[in-house]
Design a protein. Structure first.
Length: 500
């Protein structure tokens, strides 16, 4: 005879569920929001407040982004409608319109001429003018050419130019714009991070230096094998999904130096070969190749008795806008005073940047425990900007502050407590430089907005509650570009009124 299975009555099931909910509710009421500690470990339990207000902190991110974009479009229309009589009228109108909107670029005392050096270069761009360079320095938030790639393609579409700009012979990660493959005997050294390797701070303007080595140890079938090389190569292949402007470069410039013996630099692309011999030299040398056509794939090979220090390989055109993505994983943007002034000055002079963007702040967040610490960081950041300015006197400066970033506080992902202080410190630093500030934190929605970006569908930020997803990075980049362009249009208006 089969054993009869117990039958659970619906009423008993409901009673059991109610009892469980009741017990959990008691826990939620009794256990403090700060948790309880057992054996040195703190445990948290959801509070009644968390249950009742679970959705209050959530943001409809897509609606927020659309509202930000609509706001910028409305400002553009508003400026065109105003019948302004003078340059001062234009400045005052722009300040009034921008006062309460976080999407707008911010300036000290609403003095909106902080980017005029850059805007003047854009306004006079033509086929006969030299290139307009933008150096976009940042931490891992811009790795893989995130944010930079969107802004670059929009600017190149409007003002001309092509190419991805500077890339290191050996990257730390793959770019979304250009695929890279290198020989195994490259060593990469940086001023940021822990790699080191260059004496006297010789990293050029990128804070990155690469050299090929002549001997590499490798394990083949568990046997240690010593490999010998007399050269090192790197290849660049613009990705098919990247914007066409990335592929249409016609010039390659190689920034190198401190080669103890003559070096041979060979360029291969689509069946075309070109070689230049570079004499030994302790200072910066620039090797330029003008291409017969835009390559589908580019290979650069360095050879010689010793490797030169290679600071970057730039894919560009003679004219138009070029925007370099110089990502520094783990950096707080306070390494520039450590760089060799002579090498950096020469490289900056060759690049002649008109806009320098610094996007930092995220990496100090876990270590900033007070407003005073944030202010101290801001002063060091300012000192590093001043060093760059001394080497690039004809450049505008723009700081993109940190995004919202979450940490676990009482069992809940919340904004780092001192993030607003770090944001203010960076803002004050660039204001003292006479530059502009883009408040990425407020654009996202401000305090505790990051979880909504993480939980968006599709996700706009990663599960680390720090970095944007590629989609999220593009959203932020679009708002930044539109904000930048709006101020450029306002600049043109000011100049026209000044002439009239």
């Amino acid at each position: 005879m089969e054993e009869q299975q117990p039958i659970f009555h619906p009423a008993k099931i409901a009673l059991f569920i109610a009892a469980v909910i009741g017990v959990l509710t008691i826990f939620a009421v009794v256990i403090p929001e700060t948790g309880f500690t057992v054996g040195g470990k703190t445990f948290y339990f959801v509070s009644v407040n968390d249950i009742l207000h679970a959705d209050e902190d959530k943001i409809d991110v897509e609606a927020l982004i659309q509202a930000r974009k609509d706001s910028l479009e409305a400002y553009q229309a508003r400026l065109k409608e105003l019948k302004l009589q003078s340059e001062q009228d234009s400045l005052e109108a722009a300040a009034q319109i921008a006062a309460a909107d976080p999407t707008r670029l911010q300036y000290a005392n609403d003095d909106r001429d902080g980017l005029d050096i850059f805007f003047k270069a854009l306004a006079t761009a033509s086929a006969n003018n030299p290139s307009i360079r933008i150096l976009h320095y940042g931490d891992s938030q811009i790795e893989e050419d995130r944010i930079t790639s969107y802004v670059r393609q929009r600017l190149q579409a409007k003002f001309g130019g092509a190419g991805v700009g500077i890339m290191a012979p050996k990257g730390i990660t793959q770019s979304r714009s250009v695929a890279q493959y290198t020989s195994e005997n490259w060593s990469r050294y940086t001023e940021f991070g822990k790699s080191g390797g260059a004496t006297d701070g010789r990293y050029g303007a990128t804070a990155i230096m690469c050299k090929f080595v002549h001997h590499v140890s490798d394990s083949i079938d568990s046997v240690l094998v010593e490999k010998s090389f007399n050269s090192g190569f790197t290849t660049f292949t613009p990705r098919s999904k990247a914007h066409s402007s990335v592929r249409n470069f016609t010039r390659v410039r190689i920034f190198m130096g401190h080669n103890k013996a003559p070096s041979e630099v060979k360029l291969d692309y689509d069946g075309v070969e070109s070689t230049q011999v570079v004499d030994s030299n302790q200072m910066l040398q620039i090797v330029t190749f003008d291409l017969e056509k835009s390559p589908s794939k580019l290979k650069v090979t360095f050879s010689g008795k010793s490797s030169p220090e290679v600071y970057g390989i730039s894919m560009e055109t003679p004219n138009g806008v070029h925007m370099d993505n110089i990502s520094m994983r783990g950096s707080s943007g306070t390494i520039f005073r450590k760089l060799n002034k002579d090498i950096s000055r020469q490289m900056y002079a060759a690049l002649n940047p008109k806009l320098i963007i610094l996007q930092y702040g995220g990496n100090v967040m876990p270590y900033i425990k007070s407003k005073e610490k944030a202010e101290s960081y801001g002063k060091e950041f300012l000192a590093n900007m001043q060093r760059i300015k001394s080497l690039c006197p004809n450049a505008s400066f723009l700081v993109i502050g940190p995004s919202d970033m979450s940490t676990n506080i009482n069992g809940k992902m919340q904004t780092y407590p001192n993030l607003p202080h770090v944001r203010d410190a960076l803002k004050n630093a660039v204001f003292e430089m006479g530059g502009a500030y883009f408040d990425m934190y407020e654009v996202m929605g401000g305090e505790n907005s990051m979880p909504s970006w993480v939980e968006a569908n599709p996700p706009l930020a990663a599960k680390d509650y720090i970095h944007f997803s590629p989609r999220g990075a593009e959203k932020i980049a679009e708002i930044f570009y539109e904000s930048l362009l709006l101020d450029y249009e306002q600049y043109l208006q000011r100049i026209k009124l000044k002439k009239d």
